[in-house]
Ligand binder design. Structure first.
Ligand SMILES: CSC[C@H]1O[C@H](OP(=O)(O)O)[C@H](O)[C@@H]1O
Ligand SMILES: Nc1ncnc2[nH]cnc12
Length: 363
């Protein structure tokens, strides 16, 4: 593990474990909204104060090869034992949350980061994705399974179904950092298939872990509308995205997935449908209350799914996902800049990600 991964952090939050599936009628959503605001106002601050008094070891003795990135509604992992809490400063700043290391019953470690921060304080625009991915890489991670709340653009993907997308249409505005290779180094990494197909198949095999009849859809196209609002889409945009072949929409896959590829990390996203966005003229448009209502049920299903997934991933046949062998050196050979033309600072930055390609004595 990187020497950087060694500072004080806190115990994994468990405040959301009170989540339970709720009825989706408008009245129940209103009731839920009230309960949720009470929960946010009273229960969560108490929990957070308690959390900050606890401490976990700030080091972990082994490399951790698998990570989960939790999105909206998933700020912690249940069913596992938190064993360490790492602060990992990177050349690209600090990750959005402590990296919590948890162990399965069999002792297999998994790293967890809360994408929007422990208090959901980072907008999609502000998530420090470079720091998140670099920090995970530096502790040994070679496989990331990222969760995301998404809008559905298809009738056949109802709220509470899950999707493992295979493609992205990037509609982000390009005004946030989305590469490690800039400022004195140029690289062009292949991104034709943004998500790892093998992990997608494993996720699909775990469909039985979902309750409430939820399905897992495969081979879908994700529109990433990482807008600078962060407002939801207009009805015209929603219809346009459908016409383009988009099946689901979120704001979180880019640049996270691009950076994972640059860092030679297998990456898959498990998208959890929370709404029909706003393409249906006869229905009210998406709103946060609707999203959070469905997320309560989705979060429970996600926790079960993670348990099954991790059990599956430790099997010997998936060793490649732990060693990262299929992507090994893909970044190295994508770099166009000759080492002679790189400054000491550039090499130092890249060394954090790729110590093998940029050894310390080669300044
Ligand atoms: C609260 S709805 C909009 C929000 O939800 C998704 O976040 P995440 O992927 O972290 O679950 C979506 O991408 C938007 O950022
Ligand atoms: N309709 C939607 N658009 C963008 N991001 C979302 N996350 C959840 N629902 C969404």
């Amino acid at each position: 593990m990187s020497a950087a991964a060694t500072q004080i952090l806190r115990r994994q939050p468990t405040w959301a474990s009170t989540a339970s599936p709720i009825d989706i009628s408008a009245r129940r959503i209103q009731q839920h909204q009230l309960r949720y605001s009470t929960f946010r106002a009273r229960v969560r601050p108490l929990y957070v104060r308690k959390v900050f008094k606890m401490s976990l070891p700030n080091t972990y003795p082994r490399p951790v090869t698998v990570a989960i990135i939790g999105g909206t509604g998933i700020s912690h992992l249940e069913h596992f034992t938190p064993t360490a809490s790492l602060t990992v400063p990177t050349p690209w700043g600090n990750p959005s949350s402590p990296i919590i290391i948890l162990e399965t019953d069999a002792g297999a470690p998994v790293a967890f980061i809360a994408r929007h921060g422990v208090h959901h304080q980072y907008t999609p625009t502000e998530v420090p994705s470079r720091a998140n991915i670099a920090a995970l890489r530096s502790i040994g991670v070679r496989t990331i399974i990222a969760f995301s709340a998404v809008g559905s653009l298809r009738e056949e993907i109802p709220p509470r179904d899950f999707v493992v997308p295979s493609q992205i249409i990037d509609r982000t505005k390009g005004n946030r950092p989305s590469t490690f290779f800039e400022g004195g180094v140029v690289a062009h990494v292949g991104f034709s298939d943004p998500f790892d197909a093998k992990i997608g198949k494993i996720v699909k095999r775990c469909e039985g872990a979902l309750s409430g009849g939820a399905k897992i859809h495969e081979d879908k196209t994700l529109i990433d509308k990482r807008i600078e609002g962060p407002q939801f889409s207009t009805r015209a945009e929603s219809k346009l995205y459908r016409a383009w072949g988009g099946d689901i929409i979120n704001m979180s896959a880019v640049p996270e997935s691009k950076l994972a590829r640059e860092a030679e990390i297998h990456y898959a996203m498990i998208c959890m449908a929370t709404d029909y966005d706003c393409f249906r003229d006869d229905a009210p448009p998406v709103n946060v209350t609707e999203v959070m209502g469905h997320m309560k049920a989705n979060a429970l299903n996600a926790q079960h799914l993670v348990g099954h997934l991790l059990e599956e991933l430790v099997k010997e046949e998936h060793d490649d996902l732990h060693t990262g062998v299929a992507l090994k050196e893909s970044a190295k050979y994508a770099i166009c800049t000759s080492p002679a033309g790189m400054s000491k600072e550039v090499k130092e930055r890249l060394r954090f990600l790729f110590p093998d390609y940029f050894p310390a004595d080669d300044s």
